[in-house]
Design a protein around this ligand. Structure first.
Ligand SMILES: [Zn+2]
Length: 275
Protein backbone atom coordinates (compact mmCIF):
# COMPACT_ATOMS: atom_id res chain seq x y z
CA UNK A 1 0.00 0.00 0.00
CA UNK A 2 2.88 2.25 0.92
CA UNK A 3 4.40 1.78 -2.59
CA UNK A 4 1.12 2.51 -4.36
CA UNK A 5 0.58 5.71 -2.46
CA UNK A 6 4.06 6.87 -3.32
CA UNK A 7 3.51 5.98 -6.97
CA UNK A 8 0.37 8.09 -7.25
CA UNK A 9 1.64 11.04 -5.23
CA UNK A 10 0.86 14.48 -6.79
CA UNK A 11 4.52 15.20 -7.62
CA UNK A 12 4.93 11.92 -9.55
CA UNK A 13 1.69 12.58 -11.44
CA UNK A 14 3.08 16.00 -12.40
CA UNK A 15 6.29 14.43 -13.69
CA UNK A 16 4.46 11.81 -15.77
CA UNK A 17 2.12 14.46 -17.13
CA UNK A 18 5.07 16.63 -18.11
CA UNK A 19 6.86 13.77 -19.85
CA UNK A 20 3.70 12.87 -21.76
CA UNK A 21 3.27 16.49 -22.85
CA UNK A 22 6.86 16.70 -24.14
CA UNK A 23 6.41 13.44 -26.08
CA UNK A 24 3.16 14.63 -27.64
CA UNK A 25 4.57 18.05 -28.54
CA UNK A 26 7.68 16.49 -30.17
CA UNK A 27 5.47 14.12 -32.15
CA UNK A 28 3.30 16.97 -33.41
CA UNK A 29 6.35 19.09 -34.28
CA UNK A 30 8.26 16.42 -36.20
CA UNK A 31 5.23 14.88 -37.90
CA UNK A 32 4.49 18.11 -39.74
CA UNK A 33 6.32 19.13 -42.90
CA UNK A 34 8.70 21.81 -41.72
CA UNK A 35 9.03 24.80 -44.09
CA UNK A 36 10.77 27.37 -41.86
CA UNK A 37 10.38 30.56 -43.86
CA UNK A 38 6.93 29.95 -45.26
CA UNK A 39 5.17 29.12 -42.02
CA UNK A 40 5.84 32.51 -40.55
CA UNK A 41 2.82 34.73 -40.26
CA UNK A 42 2.01 38.38 -39.88
CA UNK A 43 4.83 40.86 -40.29
CA UNK A 44 7.43 38.13 -40.85
CA UNK A 45 5.68 36.45 -43.79
CA UNK A 46 7.47 37.07 -47.09
CA UNK A 47 5.68 39.42 -49.50
CA UNK A 48 5.90 39.00 -53.25
CA UNK A 49 4.88 41.28 -56.15
CA UNK A 50 3.76 39.46 -59.29
CA UNK A 51 3.87 41.54 -62.44
CA UNK A 52 2.09 40.27 -65.55
CA UNK A 53 3.92 41.74 -68.55
CA UNK A 54 2.17 44.03 -71.07
CA UNK A 55 -1.62 44.66 -71.04
CA UNK A 56 -4.23 46.73 -72.85
CA UNK A 57 -3.02 47.94 -76.25
CA UNK A 58 0.38 46.45 -75.53
CA UNK A 59 -0.17 42.81 -76.51
CA UNK A 60 3.40 41.61 -76.07
CA UNK A 61 4.37 38.83 -78.48
CA UNK A 62 1.62 37.18 -80.50
CA UNK A 63 1.12 33.88 -82.25
CA UNK A 64 1.52 33.89 -85.20
CA UNK A 65 4.21 36.53 -84.70
CA UNK A 66 3.63 40.09 -85.80
CA UNK A 67 0.05 39.52 -86.97
CA UNK A 68 -2.02 41.43 -84.48
CA UNK A 69 -5.32 41.16 -86.39
CA UNK A 70 -5.06 37.47 -87.13
CA UNK A 71 -3.24 36.54 -83.92
CA UNK A 72 -4.58 33.48 -82.16
CA UNK A 73 -2.74 34.10 -78.87
CA UNK A 74 -1.58 37.20 -77.04
CA UNK A 75 1.39 37.11 -74.69
CA UNK A 76 -0.33 39.54 -72.29
CA UNK A 77 -3.10 36.96 -71.66
CA UNK A 78 -0.70 34.10 -71.02
CA UNK A 79 1.36 36.25 -68.64
CA UNK A 80 -1.72 37.10 -66.57
CA UNK A 81 -2.95 33.49 -66.51
CA UNK A 82 0.42 32.32 -65.15
CA UNK A 83 0.51 35.17 -62.60
CA UNK A 84 -2.91 34.19 -61.18
CA UNK A 85 -1.80 30.55 -60.95
CA UNK A 86 1.42 31.55 -59.14
CA UNK A 87 -0.55 33.83 -56.78
CA UNK A 88 -2.90 31.04 -55.76
CA UNK A 89 0.01 28.68 -55.05
CA UNK A 90 2.05 31.21 -53.04
CA UNK A 91 -0.94 32.25 -50.91
CA UNK A 92 -1.61 28.60 -50.07
CA UNK A 93 1.93 28.54 -48.60
CA UNK A 94 1.38 31.64 -46.49
CA UNK A 95 3.21 34.09 -48.75
CA UNK A 96 1.57 37.53 -49.16
CA UNK A 97 1.02 38.51 -52.81
CA UNK A 98 0.12 41.69 -54.68
CA UNK A 99 -0.35 42.06 -58.43
CA UNK A 100 0.59 45.04 -60.57
CA UNK A 101 -1.90 44.14 -63.32
CA UNK A 102 -5.27 42.65 -62.36
CA UNK A 103 -7.22 42.61 -65.63
CA UNK A 104 -6.15 44.18 -68.92
CA UNK A 105 -4.76 47.51 -67.74
CA UNK A 106 -2.39 49.33 -70.05
CA UNK A 107 0.65 50.06 -67.87
CA UNK A 108 3.47 50.72 -70.26
CA UNK A 109 5.87 52.70 -68.07
CA UNK A 110 8.08 50.74 -65.68
CA UNK A 111 7.82 53.60 -63.15
CA UNK A 112 4.04 53.19 -62.98
CA UNK A 113 4.35 49.48 -62.34
CA UNK A 114 6.85 50.22 -59.60
CA UNK A 115 4.50 52.74 -57.95
CA UNK A 116 1.52 50.38 -58.17
CA UNK A 117 3.62 47.60 -56.61
CA UNK A 118 4.77 49.80 -53.73
CA UNK A 119 1.33 51.26 -53.07
CA UNK A 120 -0.43 47.89 -53.09
CA UNK A 121 2.14 46.30 -50.76
CA UNK A 122 1.80 49.10 -48.23
CA UNK A 123 -1.98 49.22 -48.56
CA UNK A 124 -2.43 45.47 -48.13
CA UNK A 125 0.39 44.57 -45.74
CA UNK A 126 1.56 47.83 -44.19
CA UNK A 127 5.07 47.58 -45.62
CA UNK A 128 7.02 47.22 -48.88
CA UNK A 129 7.19 43.76 -50.47
CA UNK A 130 10.36 41.64 -50.48
CA UNK A 131 10.70 40.61 -54.11
CA UNK A 132 9.18 41.01 -57.53
CA UNK A 133 8.69 38.59 -60.40
CA UNK A 134 7.65 39.80 -63.85
CA UNK A 135 6.13 37.05 -65.95
CA UNK A 136 6.66 37.28 -69.71
CA UNK A 137 6.95 34.86 -72.63
CA UNK A 138 9.44 35.45 -75.37
CA UNK A 139 8.83 36.25 -79.03
CA UNK A 140 10.64 35.68 -82.32
CA UNK A 141 9.81 35.96 -86.02
CA UNK A 142 11.04 32.38 -86.37
CA UNK A 143 8.21 30.04 -85.30
CA UNK A 144 10.66 27.16 -84.82
CA UNK A 145 12.72 29.07 -82.26
CA UNK A 146 12.22 28.30 -78.55
CA UNK A 147 14.07 28.55 -75.26
CA UNK A 148 14.29 29.75 -71.68
CA UNK A 149 15.63 33.16 -70.67
CA UNK A 150 15.69 34.99 -67.35
CA UNK A 151 16.23 38.76 -67.20
CA UNK A 152 17.55 40.66 -64.20
CA UNK A 153 18.07 44.34 -63.49
CA UNK A 154 21.34 44.49 -61.58
CA UNK A 155 23.87 42.29 -59.81
CA UNK A 156 21.88 42.23 -56.57
CA UNK A 157 19.19 40.34 -58.45
CA UNK A 158 21.50 37.57 -59.66
CA UNK A 159 20.89 35.05 -56.87
CA UNK A 160 17.16 35.34 -57.33
CA UNK A 161 17.48 34.97 -61.09
CA UNK A 162 19.63 31.82 -60.64
CA UNK A 163 16.91 30.26 -58.46
CA UNK A 164 14.18 30.95 -61.01
CA UNK A 165 16.30 29.87 -63.96
CA UNK A 166 17.30 26.62 -62.25
CA UNK A 167 13.70 25.77 -61.37
CA UNK A 168 12.45 26.47 -64.89
CA UNK A 169 15.33 24.71 -66.63
CA UNK A 170 15.50 21.61 -64.50
CA UNK A 171 11.80 21.30 -63.83
CA UNK A 172 10.26 18.07 -64.94
CA UNK A 173 6.56 17.40 -65.21
CA UNK A 174 4.09 17.91 -67.99
CA UNK A 175 6.41 19.39 -70.58
CA UNK A 176 5.46 17.03 -73.42
CA UNK A 177 6.35 19.25 -76.34
CA UNK A 178 9.34 21.04 -74.89
CA UNK A 179 11.97 18.69 -76.17
CA UNK A 180 15.39 18.88 -74.57
CA UNK A 181 18.30 19.67 -76.86
CA UNK A 182 19.61 16.12 -76.77
CA UNK A 183 16.30 14.58 -77.86
CA UNK A 184 15.11 17.36 -80.13
CA UNK A 185 14.37 16.93 -83.78
CA UNK A 186 16.42 19.05 -86.21
CA UNK A 187 13.33 21.23 -86.60
CA UNK A 188 12.84 21.95 -82.95
CA UNK A 189 15.19 22.84 -80.12
CA UNK A 190 14.38 24.20 -76.72
CA UNK A 191 17.53 26.07 -75.83
CA UNK A 192 18.96 27.43 -72.61
CA UNK A 193 19.29 31.12 -73.45
CA UNK A 194 20.60 31.88 -69.99
CA UNK A 195 20.49 35.34 -68.45
CA UNK A 196 20.12 38.80 -69.81
CA UNK A 197 20.49 42.07 -68.01
CA UNK A 198 19.09 45.46 -68.88
CA UNK A 199 15.76 47.16 -69.32
CA UNK A 200 13.78 44.74 -71.45
CA UNK A 201 10.51 45.00 -69.53
CA UNK A 202 12.07 44.64 -66.09
CA UNK A 203 10.52 46.76 -63.33
CA UNK A 204 13.44 48.97 -62.39
CA UNK A 205 13.84 50.39 -58.88
CA UNK A 206 12.72 47.24 -57.09
CA UNK A 207 15.18 44.68 -55.81
CA UNK A 208 15.39 41.80 -56.12
CA UNK A 209 13.37 41.83 -59.31
CA UNK A 210 13.55 39.15 -61.98
CA UNK A 211 11.70 38.63 -65.26
CA UNK A 212 11.00 35.12 -66.56
CA UNK A 213 10.59 34.07 -70.19
CA UNK A 214 9.86 30.35 -69.72
CA UNK A 215 9.42 29.78 -73.46
CA UNK A 216 8.55 31.45 -76.75
CA UNK A 217 4.84 32.00 -77.27
CA UNK A 218 5.68 32.51 -80.94
CA UNK A 219 6.98 28.95 -81.15
CA UNK A 220 4.56 26.86 -83.16
CA UNK A 221 4.68 23.81 -80.89
CA UNK A 222 4.22 25.80 -77.73
CA UNK A 223 1.36 27.85 -79.20
CA UNK A 224 -0.47 24.84 -80.66
CA UNK A 225 -0.17 23.04 -77.35
CA UNK A 226 -2.12 25.91 -75.79
CA UNK A 227 -4.64 26.14 -78.60
CA UNK A 228 -5.44 22.47 -79.05
CA UNK A 229 -4.77 20.41 -75.92
CA UNK A 230 -7.57 18.43 -74.27
CA UNK A 231 -7.52 20.87 -71.35
CA UNK A 232 -7.40 24.05 -73.45
CA UNK A 233 -9.93 26.71 -72.57
CA UNK A 234 -10.64 30.36 -73.13
CA UNK A 235 -10.11 32.30 -69.90
CA UNK A 236 -12.02 35.29 -68.56
CA UNK A 237 -10.18 37.66 -66.26
CA UNK A 238 -11.99 39.88 -63.74
CA UNK A 239 -15.25 37.98 -64.15
CA UNK A 240 -18.35 39.94 -63.13
CA UNK A 241 -16.66 43.33 -63.38
CA UNK A 242 -16.85 45.90 -66.12
CA UNK A 243 -13.18 45.15 -66.88
CA UNK A 244 -14.03 41.49 -67.58
CA UNK A 245 -12.38 40.28 -70.75
CA UNK A 246 -12.01 36.89 -72.40
CA UNK A 247 -8.61 35.87 -73.71
CA UNK A 248 -7.84 35.68 -77.39
CA UNK A 249 -7.62 31.95 -78.13
CA UNK A 250 -7.37 29.17 -75.57
CA UNK A 251 -4.78 28.15 -73.01
CA UNK A 252 -3.82 24.73 -71.69
CA UNK A 253 -4.47 24.72 -67.95
CA UNK A 254 -1.94 21.92 -67.41
CA UNK A 255 0.75 23.90 -69.18
CA UNK A 256 -0.04 27.00 -67.09
CA UNK A 257 0.02 24.91 -63.89
CA UNK A 258 3.37 23.39 -64.88
CA UNK A 259 4.99 26.80 -65.30
CA UNK A 260 3.37 28.23 -62.16
CA UNK A 261 4.65 25.31 -60.07
CA UNK A 262 8.20 25.88 -61.29
CA UNK A 263 8.12 29.65 -60.69
CA UNK A 264 6.82 28.98 -57.16
CA UNK A 265 9.62 26.46 -56.68
CA UNK A 266 12.18 29.10 -57.70
CA UNK A 267 10.66 31.73 -55.40
CA UNK A 268 10.46 29.42 -52.37
CA UNK A 269 14.01 28.13 -52.89
CA UNK A 270 15.28 31.70 -52.93
CA UNK A 271 13.19 32.70 -49.87
CA UNK A 272 14.42 29.72 -47.86
CA UNK A 273 18.03 30.39 -48.76
CA UNK A 274 18.09 34.14 -48.24
CA UNK A 275 15.68 35.04 -45.42
ZN1 LIG B 1 6.89 40.31 -72.89
Amino acid sequence: METLRAYYSPSKLFLWGGALFVLLASFLFFSQEHIPILEQEGELAPLVVLDAGHGGKDLGATFPPEQEDRARLFEKDLNLAVVYAVKERLERRGVGVVLTRLCDEDIQESARRLNIAKERCVEKFGRLCDLLVSVHHNGSFDVTHDGLMVVYGKEDDLLFSYALHKALWEGEGPRPLIARAETASPHYRYGNEGFLTGEYGIVTGFSPAVLTEAYYITNEKQALEHLSSADSTSLVFCTGRKEARATRGAFSMGKIAWEADLIVQGITTFLEESF
